[in-house]
Write a protein that binds this ligand. Structure first.
Ligand code: SF4
Length: 688
């Protein structure tokens, strides 16, 4: 490419530039290069080497084995053959996807099981398809990726507010169209009608191409067939299905999955592979947690006015009156229990239920009856709304289901509380002990759980409630250890108590950050423990760091992605982010896209009633001190390791991380960190 380019980051320079718009470097005429940033960038075509004949120690491994891959495959094989779960931490570069598939397929082909590969993101499931394609050069294997209707329904995609239609409503809309199609009535779904005629075509396509999720959807649409329903039909015939976590965490979706796989609800026929397993427990807790907002109750009460007659839920008690009393119970509990400036009160007893029962002289079974009536009325309303083309679930139905869940959540597995935010009070039921998933996992004879940050492995098994005798294994990264350096300083902290006592603390942290950013000419990521910390330090950093600065925007994903793209494009910018978010955990920054990481504080979870209850539960189950370890220390260390893990993604990457918090001294072994009193000097020397 012809033109003048910045010597430092190789970006194109407009004529007469004094400063590079990409990396911020001053332009010295002697510095100008005629080499573009695009030269040599982008995906480098690396020749992939395949084995020419089957490796007897790993018959499904299509590449020559490297590092400890044969050991991993052998360990997985042994665990699965013994019907045990295997829990693996293996560093970046060990090839977790390919080894788990190679070992899993060997077992599944022998036992007739189906592999269900759980992924967090679509790009991870696409990686599964790429690896399956590689294995297919050696063995007869097949697979497909499954996504929800909201990604794969071509019929309704064009309708107004399609993105906001809930999965439940979309499923009802689809059901209606399909039943018309099946009965040969007008107004069915034309994409569904062609499933039978195109089944062989699509099957051949997936067997030959191993398409990514998008490619398969596009192919189906091109031939006029529904991708979602087609995948349901084809699941039975493939070896591997890659699905998002929710397909296992939600009991309804899981049951459908097992049926579509031809297992008639019997989980014993699947071999589960959990990718990025460190996320599983939180995802399971979130799946079971819920809240009841004041807005929902108000909308349901308003909806009662549109109903014909005055339906009753119990004896003479009308629906509207009952819901209005439910709302007033919440308000009176808030008035009685919340002190001045308090935002939350934990409801140890059945305060709300008791009040309702007392008022209407009900027994528990009467309350259950009344709530079921609410759900029935709500379902009737939903049908009516759908017939009118409003494409939404009745608020009465949503509230009825939530009230039913609320009454069922009165157990030690949930922390139930009444909270207040800027809008109004609401009821919150947070799951602290995800029973559903542990019950399911204990039913399946063998699974592979893996992540780059899963230690301590016994803690993972305990928190998930895995019984039996899981096998634990840790495999190191094959990358040269000298390519990574982790430092920490011992004269600052983000600990709230110390920051409050020492007013100069924040300024010292800001000075550290700006000094470190200015000390190296490399792309740098700064991770904060919270958006609040990031916001409060932003003004100082914007005036003291002499580079292009990019920010993660807390409620603006699109802006964040644009900023991130601009950051990755340059070679000397600084991106400010928050630990535990999508940038810190879900992204790869190969080569010079990221070299330096600054970690501001230790990301212990903020104190909350759920944290306290979980901690007490683990103390009681596993001994004093385990609660703090399992609920605070381990999650915080995982977040730091995930952030540091962004630095080294290939064997030639070099990277340094500096932790700005003296509390890192407790974790020098786990983080392989060294104390430094001159981190900026050490960083400059490391990168020189
Ligand atoms: Fe949409 Fe497929 Fe259902 Fe038709 S069958 S409505 S295309 S999801």
């Amino acid at each position: 490419m012809q033109g003048m380019f910045c010597m430092r980051c190789k970006s194109l320079l407009p004529p007469g530039s004094k400063r590079c718009i990409s990396c911020g470097a001053d332009i010295n005429p002697e510095w100008i290069s005629n080499q573009s940033s695009l030269d040599g960038l982008g995906p480098k075509k690396k020749t992939v080497e395949y084995v020419t004949e089957e490796n007897k120690d790993a018959p499904f491994l299509p590449y020559p084995p490297r590092g400890c891959q044969i050991d991993i495959i052998s360990d997985i094989r042994n665990a699965l053959n013994e019907g045990r779960h295997i829990i693996i931490e293996s560093g970046t570069g060990t090839g977790k996807t390919i080894v788990s598939l190679a070992a899993g397929l060997e077992h599944a082909k022998m036992t007739g099981k189906k592999i269900v590969y759980l992924t967090r993101t679509i790009s991870q499931s696409d990686q599964v398809m790429r690896e399956l394609k590689a294995i297919s050069k050696l063995k007869n294997v097949s697979g497909l990726t499954v996504t929800g209707r909201n990604k794969s329904c071509p019929l309704f995609r064009g309708t107004k507010d399609f993105e906001n239609i809930s999965p439940k409503v979309l499923s009802m809309m689809c059901e209606e169209k399909r039943s018309r199609s099946i009965k040969n009535q007008g107004g069915g779904c034309r994409y569904f009608d062609r499933i039978k005629t195109e089944l062989d075509n699509v099957q051949n396509f997936i067997l030959k191409q191993f398409p990514t999720s998008d490619d398969l959807d596009r192919y189906c649409e091109r031939i006029g067939v529904c991708p979602y329903e087609m995948k349901k039909q084809l699941m039975k015939s493939v070896d591997v299905v890659a699905v998002p976590y929710v397909h296992i965490l939600s009991s309804d979706i899981r049951e459908n999955l097992l049926n579509n796989l031809g297992l008639e609800g019997d989980p014993k026929g699947i071999l589960l592979i959990v990718d990025e397993a460190h996320n599983l427990v939180d995802a399971a807790r979130d799946e079971e947690s819920f809240r009841i907002d004041r807005d929902l109750i108000d909308n349901a009460i308003d909806e009662c006015s549109t109903m014909v007659g005055n339906p009753t839920v119990w004896m003479e008690v009308e629906l509207k009156e009952f819901l209005t009393y439910f709302k007033s119970c919440m308000r009176s509990v808030a008035t009685e229990k919340l002190g001045l400036n308090e935002k939350e009160v934990v409801l140890d007893g059945d305060y709300i239920e008791d009040r309702i029962m007392k008022k209407y002289r009900m027994k528990p079974q009467d309350l259950e009856f009344a709530i079921n009536r609410i759900i029935d009325f709500g379902e009737g309303r939903t049908e009516l709304l759908m017939e009118r083309g409003e494409n939404r679930v009745s608020d009465i139905q949503t509230l009825g289901v939530a009230m039913n869940d609320w009454c069922s959540s009165a157990s030690s597995r949930f922390v139930r509380s009444l909270k207040i935010d800027e809008d109004a009070e609401y009821l919150s039921a947070k799951c602290i002990d995800p029973y559903e998933i542990s019950q399911f996992l204990n039913e399946i004879p063998g699974a592979i759980h893996m992540s780059g940050t899963l230690q301590p492995l016994d803690q993972y098994a305990r928190v998930l409630g895995l019984k039996g005798n899981p096998r634990f294994r840790v495999y190191p990264s094959p990358f040269p250890p000298e390519n990574k350096s982790v430092l920490y300083v011992n004269d600052v902290t983000t600990l709230y108590r110390e920051m409050k006592q020492d007013p100069s603390m924040q300024r010292r942290i800001e000075q550290y950050i700006s000094m470190l950013c200015n000390s190296v000419d490399k792309n740098t990521l700064v991770f904060f423990t919270s958006y609040n910390n990031m916001r409060s330090m932003r003004p100082y950093l914007e005036t003291h760091i002499l580079k292009n600065l990019y920010w993660e925007e807390s409620r603006n994903q699109r802006r964040t992605m644009e900023n991130l793209a601009a950051f990755r494009n340059g070679r000397n910018g600084v991106f400010f982010s928050v630990m535990g978010g999508s940038v810190a955990e879900g992204m790869d920054f190969p080569g010079d896209e990221l070299c330096f990481a600054i970690i501001v504080g230790i990301p212990y979870p903020p104190p909350s009633s759920e944290q306290k209850a979980m901690s007490a539960m683990f103390d009681q189950r596993y001994g004093p001190g385990k609660g703090w370890l399992y609920t605070s220390e381990v999650p915080a260390l995982r977040k730091i390791k995930q952030a540091i893990g962004r630095l080294i993604r290939t064997e030639t990457d070099r990277g340094m991380a500096v932790i700005l918090d003296h509390r890192a001294s407790k974790y020098v072994k786990q983080l392989e960190a060294k104390l430094s009193d001159d981190p900026a000097g050490e960083a400059a020397r490391f990168f020189r």
